[in-house]
Each structure stands twice: as structure tokens, then as C-alpha cells.
Ligand binder design. Structure first.
Ligand SMILES: Cc1cc2nc3c(=O)[nH]c(=O)nc-3n(C[C@H](O)[C@H](O)[C@H](O)COP(=O)(O)OP(=O)(O)OC[C@H]3O[C@@H](n4cnc5c(N)ncnc54)[C@H](O)[C@@H]3O)c2cc1C
Length: 305
């Protein structure tokens, strides 16, 4: 299977590390399709992929306009699978490629296996309570979230080639670009994740948790109600079936109950610590170290460590 080519694409250079690792874990050789600058193409090649880049996105064009150029590279390379890191923009590219190439798209895949017939993918359904397994024959386009693939040790850097095709502006023109209000964070790369749940109770305690996270070199994360209900943290920081997936060395849950919709986003953590005042909270059965304590008392201690 090592002769199988797997084309990978993303709209940020960082995302290629996971995609290239994933392609190798599936028994394939990654070829990275990149729309952007040559310097970033060289960075991507360092993760062990041959990079075919189609040049910068021209002024006034959308990232999605790279679909036509990617299509031509895919038709020339004939990969067994196309893997993409899911974002709003790559989803649009995947849709356009699917129509042009007559290929199926699978979104939110949490695991997959490639064989001579095609690809078998699994994704969580019913809020994470069940898993649906699907089989696609022939080449499919599979979208995965960041953190789904474990980062491997990259082999020697791949070659960088400029494709003969370039990105042509489509019918939609960009007239203005504004700075994004919400912060972006790559939780998938964090070695230590400090995650706050509703038991944190107020923003003052979120700040104390933040101090603790910075002392232990951790990245802050939260449950969905903290981001979407309370609005105390950015949506990009919540973990779970509809949020980010992490696999850190250490996950510390502060006032997190451990509902399945959340735990699918942290179940691959190496070591789980939970602080909860309820000893029968579900997370207490899933942690390696559980501290039954009121955060009002435990947080000042943790924050001053
Ligand atoms: C379709 C669907 C998708 C969903 N997707 C997601 C998702 O992606 N991510 C996600 O996180 N959730 C998701 N949810 C919500 C999920 O089901 C849970 O409701 C949520 O994860 C619970 O968040 P929590 O643990 O912060 O709050 P709670 O369940 O309210 O738990 C709070 C915990 O804090 C403890 N506590 C309270 N006070 C203290 C204190 N003073 N000291 C110590 N401990 C204390 C309590 O004992 C409790 O265990 C989804 C739900 C649905 C229906």
C-alpha cells in the first residue's frame, strides 16, 4: 500500500503536518496541494510531502477559487484518496472538487481505513452517542478536524514543484478584508490542556484557571456551554463532538461533568486529571487522577502553584 498517493490540502500551512502524518498512517505517500506562497510550500515539504503549489491567491479572489487548479493536479496525480483539514473554506473547495471529479465527500471523519476498493470512514452521530461507518468506492474526499491524526516523525523533506496551473479569480470578488474578531488557537498541538466547565462558575475563576494553565505551560479549553452559553471563552476553544479534538499528554478538567459530547474531544488524552465537587460525575470514571473538591477552594491553590 505504500505506493498509494494521498493528496492533502488545507487553507493554513500548519494543518499539513497532521494531514501528512495521517496520509502515512493510512499507508500512503502524501502529496500536498497548496495555494499560497513558495516559502510556505517549503515549510509544508519539511513534513515529508511532495508539494505541488498552484501559486498565490490573486488579489480579489477567494481561497475557494483554487478548486479548479487543485482539480487539474488531482486528475494528473490520480491519488487513491483526497484528505483535507476541515474549515469553512476547505469545505467549499471539497464541494467544488466533488462535483468536478464526480467523487463523494465525507465530512467530520473521526477515523478511516484505506484499501484497494476505496476508503471506510467513521463519524460520530446523534451528538456523539453513536458512530456511523461509511464506505466510499474509488477516490473520495475526506474532511477531518485538527487533532484527528497523531503527528509522526516526518521522513526526509519532499520536493516542491510549481504546478502549471494557477488560481483564477471566480465570479465572487473580495472587496474588503477585516481582521477576525475571535481569536484562533491550535489546540491540537497543545501538550497540556486545561479545560473549564460550568463548575468554574464565573469569569474570575476562569482567570484563575488561566493563571494555572500558564504556570503549567498549558493551553486553555472549555466545554460548549462556557463558549456558547456563557460566552466566557472563544468558540474555537471548546472541545467535543461539535468542537475541537485534542490528544494532549495531560488534560485537566476543572468543573467539567464529562458528558459524551465533550469527552469525544479529549478521550485520546494520555493522562486525565479532573477536579469536581461531585464524586459521581461521569468524568470521575474516565480520569486517571480525580480530585473531589470545590473549585472555590481548589482554584486558589492551583493558581498559586
Ligand atoms: C448535539 C449536541 C452536541 C454537543 N456538543 C458538545 C461539544 O462539542 N462539546 C461540549 O463540551 N458539549 C457539547 N454538548 C453539551 C454536552 O452534552 C454537555 O451539556 C456539556 O458538555 C456539559 O458541560 P459542562 O461539563 O461544562 O457542564 P455541566 O454538565 O453542567 O457540569 C458541570 C460540572 O461542574 C461540577 N461543579 C459545579 N460546581 C462546582 C464547584 N464549585 N467545584 C467543582 N465542581 C463543580 C458539577 O458537579 C458538574 O459535574 C452537546 C450537546 C448536544 C445535545
Amino acid at each position: 500500500m505504500s505506493d498509494k498517493t494521498i493528496a492533502v490540502f488545507a487553507d493554513t500551512a500548519e494543518a499539513y503536518e497532521g494531514l501528512c502524518s495521517g496520509a502515512r498512517a493510512l499507508g500512503g505517500d502524501p502529496i500536498a496541494l497548496w495555494a499560497g506562497g513558495e516559502a510556505e510550500a517549503k515549510r509544508i515539504a519539511a513534513w515529508g510531502a511532495r508539494v505541488v503549489y498552484v501559486g498565490e491567491i490573486p488579489e480579489g479572489a477567494l481561497y475557494e477559487d483554487c478548486a479548479l487548479a487543485f482539480q487539474q493536479v488531482i486528475e494528473a496525480e490520480r491519488p487513491a484518496l483526497v484528505l483535507a483539514c476541515a474549515s469553512k473554506r476547505t469545505q467549499c473547495v471539497a464541494g467544488r472538487l466533488a462535483v468536478r471529479l464526480g467523487a463523494p465527500v465525507v465530512s467530520d471523519a473521526s477515523r478511516m481505513a484505506l484499501d484497494d476498493d476505496g476508503v471506510e470512514t467513521a463519524r460520530l452521530v446523534y451528538g456523539g452517542a453513536a458512530e456511523r461507518v461509511e464506505r466510499s468506492r474509488g477516490m473520495a474526499i475526506v474532511l477531518v478536524g485538527s487533532g484527528v491524526f497523531e503527528i509522526d516523525e516526518a521522513p526526509a523533506p519532499g520536493a516542491v514543484e510549481r504546478a502549471e496551473v494557477s488560481v483564477e479569480p471566480g465570479p465572487i470578488k473580495v472587496v474588503e478584508r477585516c481582521k477576525r474578531q475571535e481569536e484562533t488557537v491550535d489546540l491540537g498541538a497543545a501538550k497540556v490542556v486545561v479545560c473549564v466547565g460550568r463548575g468554574i462558575q464565573n469569569e474570575r475563576n476562569v482567570d484563575a484557571a488561566r493563571r494555572f494553565a500558564s504556570r503549567v505551560g498549558g493551553e486553555m479549553a472549555c466545554t460548549r456551554p462556557i463558549a456558547e452559553g456563557e460566552g466566557w471563552m472563544a468558540r474555537s476553544r471548546y472541545l467535543g463532538v461539535s468542537g475541537a479534538v485534542v490528544r494532549p499528554d495531560v488534560y485537566v478538567g476543572l468543573g467539567v461533568s464529562g458528558q459524551v459530547q465533550h469527552t469525544v474531544g479529549m478521550a485520546e488524552s494520555q493522562f486525565v486529571v479532573a477536579v469536581n465537587k461531585d464524586k459521581s460525575a461521569p468524568i470521575m470514571k474516565q480520569c486517571d487522577l480525580g480530585l473531589v473538591a470545590d473549585l472555590e477552594k481548589a482554584l486558589p491553590v492551583l493558581a498559586s502553584l
